[in-house]
Design a protein around this ligand. Sequence first.
Ligand SMILES: Nc1ncnc2c1ncn2[C@@H]1O[C@H](COP(=O)(O)OP(=O)(O)OP(=O)(O)O)[C@@H](O)[C@H]1O
Ligand SMILES: [Mg+2]
Length: 276
Amino acid sequence: MDIEDVSSWPAMQREAEGQDARKTWLAPSPAAPHDEWWLWKPSLPTKGSAERRLTHIAEYATAQLARIMGLPVAECRLATRDGEIGILSHNFCPPPFSLTHGAALLPQRKHQRLRDIEEALTAVAAPVSCPGLSAFDVFAGYLVLDAWVANTDRHERNWAVLEDLDGAHVLAPTFDHGSALGSGLTDARRESRSIPDFCSGGKATRYEDAGSLLDLAQSALERCDSLPWAERVASTRREEWQAILDSSEGLSQVARTFIDNVLATNQERVSELCRP
Ligand SMILES: Nc1ncnc2c1ncn2[C@@H]1O[C@H](COP(=O)(O)OP(=O)(O)OP(=O)(O)O)[C@@H](O)[C@H]1O
Ligand SMILES: [Mg+2]
């Protein structure tokens, strides 16, 4: 797969939110309208090693898996800029929309609670790509995705609601999956880590009474009427995600095998959530 070099794309604006000051909004030309802007997120080095984190692969692969599940997701592309690898995340909030993070909708507590999120989303519509579902039904899908890809980072600024000029609210697509799939590990760690332990060790630390990511997804599904998310994970064929990994340039064989096995192991675990 050809990775686009966006070094020549003008920087339109810095992204003030988030942890990395190098995140920048880019566009193919200075006059491009906001719906053609992309957020540039370069990958960072791992702690204590020159190896790059696989945040870009985690973002790219997870976005495609979300799409397979039928979830609304920020479109992601692998790209390079000034010799660095990273991803572009397509702007899902062009004017007249404005974005409010979950943090501003929830009571101030150390940890999020599903019941607060459900309440905060009562007056919020699901994205148009999910007809017949409530915003919380779709949020439950985000948590099933997290359980599949081992994303422990669904904190209250990693989900959001969009508001248009008429004051109508809609759940934003899922975004920021850079921590998924063990992206911060080195290859040496990937080789020595037991996959079952890694998968069962994925805790929902951003939530009160943190159990596993799987427990959290199950609790969310129990708050909804029958939803297809776990079944969609269960019915995904291994070749589908392997094709995604094969199109992720720069993935070492060790990392590819690790991610492949994590997805297979978590697929089995998520399959337990399917209703009989
Ligand atoms: N595709 C997008 N469209 C619109 N806004 C976005 C998009 N992606 C991210 N944002 C906004 O930018 C903020 C920062 O982005 P993001 O959460 O992806 O990075 P971050 O938290 O700094 O990431 P990381 O934790 O991976 O370093 C988000 O909280 C959200 O407000
Ligand atoms: Mg974030």
